[in-house]
Design a protein around this ligand. Sequence first.
Ligand code: PBG
Length: 322
Amino acid sequence: MGFPVTRMRRLRRSETLRSMVRETQIAREDLILPLFVVEGSGVREPISSMPGVHRFSVDQVVIEAERVRDLGVPAIILFGIPDTKDARGSGADEADGIVQRASRAIVDAVPDLVVITDVCLCEYTDHGHCGTLDGHEIQNDASLERLAATAVSHARAGASIIAPSDMMDGRVGAIRAALDAEGFDQVAIMSYAAKYASAFYGPFREAAESTPEFGDRRGYQMDPPNRREAMREMRLDLEEGADMLMVKPAMAYLDILADARREFEVPLAAYQVSGEYSMIKAAGERGWIDADRAMEEAIVSIKRAGADMILTYAAADIAEKL
Ligand code: PBG
């Protein structure tokens, strides 16, 4: 039955009516806040490329974690920025490394907050790549050992979810085996399964000081035009033991997220990355868009496309407004 019997505007007439027929709602429980941790104490350093985002020392990140938990956000994901870097990324799996200390302190102070740790070598290597090198070649299998050791050190520090973001082949299987061998069979893996080689990571690389010294990440991260390949990546990670899958970035890859929602039963996460976040903030600062509304719209679009969990630098701001 068409117009004039059918009138779509009938159910849009008031906010109350609209709220009754709204198909997607953002809940605090959907949100995960990324946090950057640096050495020192008393540090709360704004990141110029990411308005409203800071680098915290361990003592300050604990305060931020408490605030986030009080706002009803259930989880954070930690990124470490060490003072010293070397070729093999030695800092990544140190028992007393930056992420390990932050994780221990947060688990101690805010036990009901879920601590997720990003497992990658790029913040710890002097060359800035996500694996170890043989000349200018990023080694796959040799990197797996380093990644697995890093995951185990995070589990020892109390992390309950490990999130590998390096895109080496076989890392989920290697990490699962290492965790199980060390008695961490209860620690979950959230795999950055469909992670694309994206220009939208620009602000993060400044924040984490992880820009590759030579070349780029196209030899291991996915080629943006590919859609079917993402399903293969995700299926492989599930076979290797991933508990949850992630699509990253989010907004330019909502088709991938919707495909994954149809294809898989596991919980799905999507990462609204630094560039997605900072573009909205920057345009808001210029008065070109209403940044709060645009941010909410972006987040709801990610949920509508099929994400159960959304990693976003706006998690605390959004939770505050709900
Ligand atoms: C790699 C990693 C990156 C991001 C999360 N984990 C950067 C990269 O692959 O270059 C990007 C996050 C963002 O842009 O917000 N450890």
